[in-house]
Write a protein of this length. Structure first.
Length: 277
């Protein structure tokens, strides 16, 4: 595991330990009555509970284990680190930020983030945590946000096809709308590396736009991080400076800035089984 990827994985693990969310579930193809009564292990962990039927999805599911969560987080970490290294404005390049020549404008679109790579990684982790909880169901796209709802048998359920926010960053797109890179709503969710990167890439674009607006509000000064302002604009929160949700994001952001860049030996052992030498 590359040091840069390890440092992002350490951020993700510090943000939310895997294997604890009741929403991070994995489908079980065949589970009879005995299967539904038999714990998967004897430890008092969520993932040890027997598979159960989820009527809304018409399938049996078990909970994601800590090991499975670590491997999924490693995939997210790879995308976050790759985005941070390939989308950050080069400090020693031939273009200035205010250069409007075609080549420099193209570079600005390719590398829109003007802060440090580490700052971007912390911001991305913070946004993903508060927007999706780093949950598997949101990551894969089976659970989405900003939906229209209807009542069925006394239960409020989302109307299929109406959910406008998706993937780890809860990117909101209306019907037929695409991102600045041409991604539609169905291009962003998914556990595979390509979909995960598209989601993170779009998050970087939107965080970059938010940060530039914050810089403009400060008369062009880039001396501060403007975390609260950036989170507020990213989330479309009016009056963000007094919103408790944004205050929680800033609190998380500051905590993660102090996070170790190393992961435990237990985590390394799990990943070694995934990626043998």
């Amino acid at each position: 595991m590359k040091p840069g990827v390890e440092s992002v994985l350490a951020l993700l693990l510090a943000a939310q330990a895997p294997g604890r969310s009741p929403y991070s579930k994995i489908a079980v193809d065949d589970c009879d009555a005995r299967c539904q009564e038999t714990p998967l292990c004897e430890r008092p962990e969520l993932s040890c509970r027997p598979p159960h039927f989820v009527a809304r999805r018409g399938q049996h599911f078990r909970y994601e284990t800590w090991e499975e969560g670590v491997r999924r987080y490693a995939s997210i970490a790879d995308s976050v680190h790759r985005a941070a290294t390939t989308m950050t404005w080069p400090k020693d390049g031939d273009c200035d930020l205010d250069d409007e020549t075609p080549a420099c404008v193209a570079l600005q679109k390719k590398r829109p983030w003007t802060g440090s790579e580490r700052l971007l990684e912390v911001l991305l982790t913070t946004v993903a945590l508060h927007e999706s909880g780093l949950r598997r169901d949101v990551h894969e796209g089976t659970t989405r946000g900003d939906c229209d709802y209807t009542m069925q048998a006394g239960v409020e359920v989302a109307i299929p096809g109406t959910c406008r926010s998706t993937c780890l960053g809860q990117i909101k797109l209306e019907d037929g709308q695409t991102t600045s890179r041409g991604y539609g709503r169905e291009d962003l969710p998914g556990l595979d590396d390509a979909a995960t990167f598209r989601c993170v890439e779009t998050m970087v674009d939107r965080l970059s736009q938010a940060r530039e607006l914050c810089v403009a509000q400060q008369n062009g000064s880039r001396a501060g991080h403007y975390a609260g302002c950036t989170f507020g604009i990213y989330g479309g929160v009016e009056g963000w400076s007094k919103d408790p949700r944004i205050a929680e994001r800033v609190k998380t952001y500051r905590r993660l800035l102090q996070t170790s860049t190393k992961v435990s030996e237990a985590v390394k052992q799990v990943l070694a089984k995934r990626d043998p030498p």
